[in-house]
Design a protein around this ligand. Structure first.
Ligand code: IMP
Length: 417
């Protein structure tokens, strides 16, 4: 009755979608446990690119059912859009997608509040995706939120209107010109949601586990964006670590078997906030172009830099990561030599621990330099790549189980244990 967890160990965009898509056929259920449409999980199937924002990444396969868990915040308009997009590709999500009745709803006014909050912050803005994530979680914890299960009750419309009006008071003179249009799309999304199986996800998953079946919990964003352990306040509003799978799905910690930590062979960050190994120069630009590092959700150029093993070690510790999966090794092909951050100079000393406040006291990376690799077409790799993977495993104290050398499913190479 195992639950395995897939999560990102950096600042998001590690390639979790591809990994979940690869692992999904081995599981009975794939379940998203946090975040919302700020995520953009990219899958490539037969050369075709597909970006999922709210829908779990197991939907392309026959076997697993896919659950949107209670820890997720769901925007019905975005959900409708994804459902229609996949339907146009011949994929009917009614067959294999379930939604937890305890997941919270993102309202159109949550998006407006997000934009207003960022505007107020000025130069201190978080660089939010402006998908209404933080205001939706704020309402959840302030105990004002609306949940998916609420749409079944006759008072839903009046509860919606009262929360919307509360938001409008908060917004004062903020731009609400397009609200009517956004509300129409939102209500259309509510109708779409009504056509899906809304379930008590916690009972559903625990029954699945009792029946000896398996669950893959899919995280979004990355550990360094976790609201407690990330680079606060430049974080998202949910728990992106393995513990978030328990609270975001209603499963006990004792059910978790393995935690797959996904890292990119280098590092990216989108939005503001500390990024110790950032390359704010031509090398960074070269990495961005080689890796096509533009946000899957917002299209923003991602900040790029060298692999930061201080952050990865920290992330692996927080989630009890059992194996590492390294993505985008092909992008580093031709970068020679390579730098890898193995420690920080911070506050007058060298440390391998991630500091409390890297915003006010910025750590300086201490680099280890190794020769790079040059992957030929269809070549599986070479000794420099394996030396790089070995260095990661030694510094993090966790084995690397897979390395990805391209976007397609078959470009994920298992490594000997
Ligand atoms: P929010 O979650 O949209 O409020 O964004 C907060 C911060 O997390 C911003 O810096 C975003 O760029 C970042 N972020 C949110 N979701 C993702 C993601 O899926 N990948 C990478 N960064 C993200």
């Amino acid at each position: 009755m195992p639950v395995d967890v897939v999560l990102g160990l950096q600042w998001g965009d590690e390639g979790k979608g591809k990994i979940v898509d690869f692992l999904a056929p081995d599981y009975d259920v794939v379940a998203r446990f946090q975040g919302g449409p700020n995520a953009g999980h990219t899958l490539y199937v037969n050369g075709q690119k597909l970006v999922l924002h709210s829908i779990p990444s197991g939907v392309l396969h026959e076997r697993p059912l896919n659950l949107i868990g209670n820890g997720v915040v769901l925007d019905p308009a975005q959900f409708h859009h994804e459902v229609m997009h996949l339907a146009a590709l011949g994929i009917d999500l009614h067959r294999n997608v379930l939604v937890s009745e305890r997941a919270h709803l993102i309202l159109p006014t949550h998006r407006l509040l997000d934009a207003a909050s960022e505007q107020r912050k000025g130069t201190g803005r978080i660089g939010s995706t402006l998908r209404g994530i933080s205001p939706a979680y704020t309402d959840k914890y302030a105990r004002n939120g609306l949940r998916v299960g609420d749409i079944r009750f006759p008072d839903f419309q009046s509860r919606y209107e009262s929360l919307r009006d509360r938001h409008l008071k908060q917004l004062n003179d903020a731009d609400t010109a397009e609200l009517n249009q956004q509300e129409a799309a939102w209500w259309q999304g509510i109708d779409t949601l009504r056509s899906f199986r809304l379930v008590a996800g916690e009972y559903f998953l625990n029954e699945v586990l009792s029946a000896g079946k398996s669950v893959l919990a899919e995280g979004a964003q990355g550990t360094m964006l976790d609201v407690d352990f990330g680079t606060y306040p430049y974080v998202t509003s949910s728990h992106t670590i393995a513990g978030g799978a328990c609270t975001g799905l209603g499963i006990p910690p004792s059910a978790v078997r393995s935690v797959f930590g996904v890292i990119k062979a280098y590092c990216t960050r989108v939005g503001s906030g500390p990024f110790p190994t950032e390359l704010d120069d031509t090398l960074g630009n070269r990495l961005r172009e080689a890796g096509q590092e533009y946000g899957a959700t917002t299209g923003r150029p991602r900040r790029c830099g060298w692999l930061d093993l201080v952050a990865v070690r920290y992330a692996a510790l927080l989630s009890g990561v059992s194996q590492l999966m390294v993505t985008k090794a092909d992008v580093l092909s031709g970068f020679d030599p390579l730098s890898i951050c193995v420690a920080y100079e911070w506050n007058g000393r060298q440390t391998t621990e991630f500091p409390f406040d890297p915003v006010r006291q910025q750590p300086q990376p201490v680099y280890h330099t190794i020769p790079g690799w040059h992957l030929g077409k269809n070549e599986k790799g070479n000794d420099c790549l394996y030396a790089f993977l070995d260095l990661i495993a030694r510094h993090v104290g966790v084995p690397v189980s897979h390395v990805s050398t391209g976007p397609e499913r078959n470009q994920l190479i298992p490594l000997p244990a």
